[in-house]
Write a protein that binds this ligand. Structure first.
Ligand code: HEM
Length: 404
């Protein structure tokens, strides 16, 4: 397997699973395995993947706060439109300043009543059923409906969006040419379709601006001239995709904790101020994203080993979050944990732009779920599977029973 060369050309599509996580069984409970890796090989070069793996909190932070040495620009897809996630400073600052101006905390906070409405609507539809499929019924539709609202596109297009957005992030586990080409062409088609969709939407907003994020982005950019039109379309797609599955996984993970540790159900009802801590602790404990990737821009030494210029590094944030050197009793779920410096939203200049929105959605979802559903239990005998690779620290579905 000519890994190094393949990774350079295949970008984000082919992220080879490390030996420890090369089957679904091994991925179903990754935390004890990550603990062993922290203890035995905290920093290692993996022959089978041609990448470095970094497991300790301290090392993850060191890498993420040094974009000069550890670049985010490692994708070599056929098309390479400049994208916020993969540009480095100083260009990254320009991107960020532009979008910080439009994706403001106020714009996000203003969405709260609408998020509540959407959630109530979703729960109304299933509350008299015997069971709820947490992901299908609640946690998958909510984020896509919210982002559609923010961008000003019809919420009724949400299923269409979801399908395209899922296709765009499809990864492959096997490295055969046939699979790679098939996934590449499906992804390219989804990207083009979303591009055309947003182009149509943007053209409408150019003629008739509204208060939505698409209009704000277009007009703010017209003053600052940071992005060209293609990059604006790419950014709209990024927002749609980045906030999707991650927030879905977070909400499903919270329901999972409520079932695994049912004492929290009553506790959250009597102590609603625990809700934000519960959301943060879920982010740490069952993270939606297990790792992020960087590329060394120069030879650099860490823990006596030399990472060579051009080599890729997997920064295992899911492992950092359970590092005992940073978190007391790391395997204990404690919503009162203070401080809770998890790095599930990343760290440094690329820190998740959508974190305030994800937190708001999750807090409203948790508050509403414990208010409207009592005695929440995992359906007896339900088999819990990890989400498809590479986001495997979450669950595909989490069916529950409850008392309304
Ligand atoms: C960046 C996680 C929700 C938009 C990131 C990064 C992580 C992350 C780890 C950093 C990537 C890196 O350093 O390479 C999450 C998680 C979420 C979530 C766990 C939910 C639980 C959202 C939402 C949106 C969003 C709701 C938007 C609607 C973005 C954007 C970036 C980003 C635009 C790129 C920021 C930059 O590069 O400067 N996210 N995200 N995310 N996220 Fe999120």
């Amino acid at each position: 397997m000519e890994n190094k060369q393949m990774l350079q050309t295949r970008g984000a599509i082919y992220v080879p699973p490390i030996e420890e996580f090369n089957t679904e069984e091994k991925r179903a409970n990754p935390f004890p395995i990550l603990k062993e890796l922290r203890e035995n090989t905290p920093l290692r070069y993996e022959e089978s993947t041609g990448m470095w793996d970094v497991f300790l909190y301290e090392d993850c932070i060191r890498i993420l706060k040094d974009p000069k040495t550890f670049s985010s620009n490692f994708k070599r897809d056929n098309r390479n439109v400049e994208n916020i996630i993969s540009v480095d400073p100083p260009r990254h600052q320009e991107f960020r300043e532009l979008v910080n101006g439009v994706f403001t905390p106020k714009a996000v906070a203003d969405l709260a009543p609408r998020i509540q409405e959407i959630l109530d609507l979703l729960l109304d539809q299933v509350i008299d059923h015997d069971r709820i499929n947490t992901v299908f019924d609640v946690s998958a539709p909510l984020p896509v409906m919210v982002i559609a609202e923010l961008l000003g596109v019809p919420v009724t297009d949400r299923l269409y969006f979801k399908e395209l957005s899922d296709t765009l992030v499809t990864g492959v586990e096997d490295d055969s040419e046939v699979t790679y080409q098939r996934v590449l062409s499906k992804r390219e088609h989804a990207r083009q379709t979303l591009n055309d969709y947003f182009l149509h939407h943007l053209n409408q907003r150019k003629k008739q601006p509204t208060a939505d994020l698409t209009s704000k982005l277009w007009y703010t950019n017209a003053e600052k001239q940071v992005l060209d039109e293609e990059q604006i379309l790419g950014f709209l797609t990024t927002l749609l995709v980045a906030g999707h599955e991650t927030t879905t996984n977070l909400i499903a993970a919270m329901v999972r904790v409520l079932c695994e540790q049912p004492q929290f159900q009553d506790r959250l009802r009597s102590e609603p101020n625990l809700i934000s801590g519960f959301v943060e602790e879920t982010l740490r404990y069952y993270p939606s994203v297990p790792r992020v990737t960087r590329r060394a821009t120069t030879d650099v030494e860490i823990r006596g080993q030399v990472i060579r210029e051009g080599q890729l590094i997997q920064v295992w944030t899911a492992s950092a979050n359970r590092d005992a050197a940073k978190f007391e009793h790391p395997d204990l779920f404690d919503p009162t944990r203070q401080p809770n410096a998890h790095i599930t939203f990343g760290f440094g200049n690329h820190f998740c732009l959508g974190a305030p929105l994800a937190r708001l959605e999750a807090q409203i979802a948790l508050g509403t779920i414990v208010k409207r559903l009592g005695n929440i239990r995992l359906v007896e005998g339900a088999k819990i599977e990890p989400t498809p690779f590479p986001l495997f620290t979450a669950v595909k579905e989490y069916p529950i029973t409850f008392e309304a």
